[in-house]
Design a protein around this ligand. Structure first.
Ligand code: WQD
Length: 345
């Protein structure tokens, strides 16, 4: 039996491929490469010494999605594929609803038609909006405040309705906090298109000289140093969370929701300082205006995942900074463009 990873060539998807292959799983990746490169999957095979099947296609292309299920004995799906830039979603909401929602509906319809009812969904802490208090537990009120977050929230609701309609489905919703870091080898990592939206890749590019300075979005939040606090989680810990979630999902039909975070928050300046300490690189910065929609503080209570998935984050902020920098210095221009050769790596 095989596990299908939609968006498996992306940042979190590729790291999850490594952990699934290392756990002995057979995997199939479907990715339209709109925000990733095939080189990432070649590196996955280099790291693990194992192959995988790759299909270059979009979830809106029903024929290609059906081909995946016809040609492979899919036992479960981990659904990563989706646009994920908050600012871009505000500028172009229709593209986000079409890609993220309609694409998911095609996938779920085809899963249903092939009798594949095991699903792990890549959700996000963004569904909580601006939390009243922290740490955040899974029963906190849901209220995304941007189109990207609303697509995640709507897909969660769709999956809850599917489960109610057919309890044979087994669905796990994983709400990620702030992924950061890279595989220890430095062969795979976060390779954002254009100017990074997120803090860690932005810091990395300042460190390597691609960007002049870090712009700290506001320093008058009600936090100890005035800058925004977030729950950064090492991408390898996140990948392991998917392995654990998959085990539980396949074990028996249910619907479960888990926060995947460390439970520890770091401010922007604390992360900058940690990066400088871990790498010896100086990060010049200036304080600028707050970014609309940003919360002062957002971090997880991960105890439910610890209890029910027997999972917890093991890597700290230093490792996230060290591993991010190792990826960046080994790949100053990110992944190179490589020609699509075979569909198996
Ligand atoms: C972190 C902190 C910023 C950049 C987003 C998405 C979320 C998830 C993770 C997909 C904040 C500050 C940032 C910069 C800064 N993505 N910052 N200067 O906004 O918590 O979450 O990414 O699922 O859904 O919403 O992450 O890295 O953008 O910001 O000062 O150049 O760093 O204000 O306090 P965020 P982020």
């Amino acid at each position: 039996m095989a596990i299908l990873l939609t968006g498996g060539a992306g940042y979190i998807g590729s790291h999850t491929c490594v952990e699934l292959l290392n756990a002995g799983q057979e995997i199939v990746v479907l990715d339209n490469l709109s925000n990733s490169k095939i080189e990432a999957l070649k590196r996955v095979s280099e790291i693990t010494g194992k192959g995988l099947a790759f299909y270059h296609g979009d979830l809106l292309d029903k024929e290609t999605v059906e081909k995946v299920f016809i040609q492979n004995p899919i036992e479960a799906v981990i659904h990563f594929a989706g646009f994920k830039a908050v600012g871009e979603s505000v500028e172009n909401p229709l593209a986000y609803y079409q890609n993220n929602i309609s694409g998911s509906l095609v996938l779920f319809e085809i899963m249903k038609s092939f009798g594949v009812k095991n699903l792990v969904f890549s959700s996000s802490a963004t569904v909580y909006g601006i939390p009243e208090t922290v740490p955040i537990t899974e029963d906190f009120p849901i209220g995304a405040i941007n189109p990207y977050g609303r697509t995640k929230q709507m897909i969660e609701e769709i999956l809850k309705d599917i489960f109610i309609s057919d309890p044979e489905w087994s669905i796990t919703l994983l709400r990620y906090f702030n992924p950061a870091g890279a595989h220890l080898s430095g062969k795979i990592g976060e390779d954002p298109k254009g100017i990074p939206n997120n803090l860690m890749p932005y810091i990395q590019q300042v460190a390597i000289g691609k960007l002049d300075e870090l712009k700290v979005f506001g320093n008058d939040y009600p936090t100890p140093d005035g800058t925004g606090i977030r729950d950064y989680i090492h991408v390898m810990d996140l990948a392991n969370g998917h392995v654990k979630a998959l085990e539980k999902t396949i074990h028996r039909p249910s619907l479960n929701i888990y926060n995947l975070g460390t439970g520890t928050g770091y401010s922007v300046l604390e992360l900058k300082n940690a990066f400088e300490s871990a790498t010896g690189q100086i990060i010049p910065y200036s304080i600028t205006e707050k970014r609309p929609g940003d919360a002062a503080a957002c971090f997880a209570d991960p105890s439910k995942a610890q209890r029910e998935l027997e999972w917890q984050a093991l890597r700290g902020i230093e490792e996230m900074c060290r591993d991010s920098w190792n990826w960046q210095i080994n790949n100053p221009e990110g992944y190179k463009e490589t020609k699509l050769t075979a569909e198996v790596y």
